[in-house]
Design a protein around this ligand. Structure first.
Ligand code: SPD
Length: 285
């Protein structure tokens, strides 16, 4: 039952002040403080349903494909035989929906610290939370940093689908976490991590890609376009023990997926690693 109407939601960039993004909303579907954060779900006028954590937009039904397809299909079209996948965060379910499009994947573990994000996404965001019932999926409500320490040499691919580095996700942006992920991956494993915007958060991009370069045989940074994030773009750090994101790219696999998808294709895969000069020089990968 809608509880309010005809309002605006405004995201204020907390860790880079001086900018806001406003979206007109039809109804507030949920507003709740969990043990970890404030969870809000809106029905927006222009973008369908929208999940907000601690005042920051996580996804809208209108453009979530650009984020979820890129976090999932880039590593899964590079790893030679991805069977066991771990998603850290991602409680809305959009990333696991994309992972399950790969028929070779046998097991997807989702480690989301906040069980209420999963519960409310299942209630209000069926477009994203449509795969929790799949027998290949197992959900753990635990701290992702502790979870990976308990699972050495286990996963082919890890996707860190986190919120921003303030609040419960902060630990996922530390050097110790990048080292621990390496131990959790199998010998030819790949991890990709939500790594913010090269426009607004160049220092974070530099730091995270620095950890990847220091600790992994192959590293990189790629990006996608998400209009409902205040910076319009968001990127992922690519950490790989063996495969190169372009030399090892299985284009045939991307072509097979393309008819089901909205954003990702072989050309986007290749192009997403081509960075504007200012950030390429700054991170010097
Ligand atoms: N600044 C917002 C970053 C949000 C990244 N996570 C989105 C979660 C979608 N599953």
């Amino acid at each position: 039952m809608p509880i309010e109407s005809h309002l605006w939601f405004e995201e204020i960039l907390e860790f880079d002040a001086g900018r806001t993004l406003k979206i007109k909303i039809n109804n507030i579907l949920e507003k709740k403080d969990s043990q970890f954060q404030r969870i809000e779900v809106y029905d927006t006028k222009p973008f369908g349903r929208m999940l907000v954590l601690d005042g920051v937009i996580m996804c809208t039904e209108w453009d979530e494909h650009a984020y979820h397809e890129m976090i999932a299909h880039v590593p899964l079209c590079v790893h030679k035989n991805p069977e066991n996948v771990l998603v850290i965060g991602g409680g809305d379910g959009g990333t696991i929906r994309e992972v399950l499009r790969h028929p070779g994947v046998k097991r997807v573990d989702l480690c989301e610290i906040d069980g209420e994000v999963v519960e409310l996404s299942r209630k209000h965001l069926p477009q994203m939370a449509c795969s929790f019932g799949d027998p290949r999926v197992k959900v753990y409500n635990e701290d992702g940093a502790k979870f990976i320490e308990r699972h050495p040499d286990t996963y082919d691919v890890i996707m860190v689908d986190s919120s921003d580095p303030i609040g419960p996700a902060e630990v996922l942006f530390s050097e110790e976490f990048y080292v621990a992920m390496k131990k959790c991956l199998r010998v030819d494993g790949i991890a990709v991590t939500q790594s913010e915007s090269f426009y607004y958060h160049g220092d974070i991009v530099k730091r995270l890609t620095g950890y990847a370069k220091k600790h992994y045989a192959v590293s990189g940074y790629y990006f996608t376009v998400v209009p409902t994030y205040p910076s319009g773009v968001i990127g992922f750090t690519f950490c790989s023990k063996k495969y190169h994101p372009l030399d090892g790219f299985n284009e045939a696999r991307a072509n097979e997926l393309e008819p089901q998808l909205t954003y990702y294709n072989a050309g986007i895969h290749r192009g997403s690693f081509s960075l504007p000069s200012f950030i390429r020089k700054r991170i010097a990968l």
